[in-house]
Design a protein around this ligand. Sequence first.
Ligand code: PLP
Length: 393
Amino acid sequence: MELASRVKSLTPSSTLAISAKAKELKKEGHDVIGLGVGEPDFNTPQYILNAAMKAMEEGMTKYTPSGGIVELKQAIIDKLKDDNNLDYKENEIIVTTGAKHALYTLFQVILNKGDEVIVPAPYWVSYPEQIKLAEGEPVFVKGSETNDFKITPQQLEEAITKNTKAFILNSPSNPTGMMYSKDELIKLGEVCQKYNIIIVSDEIYEKLIYTEDAHVSIAELSDTLKAQTIVINGVSKSHAMTGWRIGYAAGPEAIIKAMTNHVSHATSNPTSIAQYAALRAYNANEDPTIEMRKIFSERLDTLYELMTNIPGISCEKPKGAFYLFPNVSEAAKMNGFNSVDDWAKALLEEEKVALVPGSGFGSPENVRLSYAVSKENLVEAAQRIKRFVEKHQ
Ligand code: PLP
């Protein structure tokens, strides 16, 4: 059967491919350490589970409005005000089936065939594919490793053409864990304003920052920038709720309205029960990220120290998210491999450590290691990587 051309060029998620291989090896009885994961290894807090159970018992099991229940929209409005000093109205918010579906729907409603979206590389794997599914064209701009993988305003301006429709900002970033400072955002914002480009600000890792640096949303810099920006966020990473699939977008009314119409024909609404769980998450006095941050920060220090002691591996220390993105090209070369992809494949086969080659993120010299696993596993993984590198020298 002939498939639509739209899906023929889809690249399977590199993160999922490595997880599949790791699972296969595990099934064969191998002791595999998987560092490919993109989700917190914590359980959803009990009070959130209780809220979901209560919602079920109280019959909140029916369709909801396509854009989400009013109470949750209000809780998101409050969150955006408290955390980001942003004022939104109810018709400027849409609750979605994870932040991923917010992004997907956004590209569907803003892109026409051939419209370009500037994607700073390294990038999260789904951006280019989602843009292509909306018949848009991703335009990659490589952030230099010496600039913490961030792009400069000059680079942004040089990439702009008459077809440029939007620009993606992801800070803290997956896969690099790097963050843009307020000054950097001001300068990038000036370029976006000059050319009237939509800014897609993916702030999903906002709460996972391990330095004194404050998260700044580009939308809070001025009313003009806010009017050009769609803020994307959700509870997946902040409340260990990846499986519940609740995210949101906040932005200009016309875009949110179009997204809501689109969603009404795609999913109808995000799961009712999960929406009540997310409502509890946002309305809680508890903040699960305090504990998460403490643990992630310790793991980051441990992993960073161990990895940077391995010959041929260099690494900028990330500030947020839960990934390390070292450059292993020197080690791969020293070890006699033609590419980092081959090096990572051999590492999985020989030492049973699964990490994600950077090629899937537009950065073929690096690999991504997730530290959303126990400290013991991180220490063991680093020892195995060291042994692998030394063995092949
Ligand atoms: N944006 C980035 C940068 C991510 O890393 C992820 C998840 O890995 C998402 C969005 C999607 O989040 P959600 O699970 O809410 O769909």
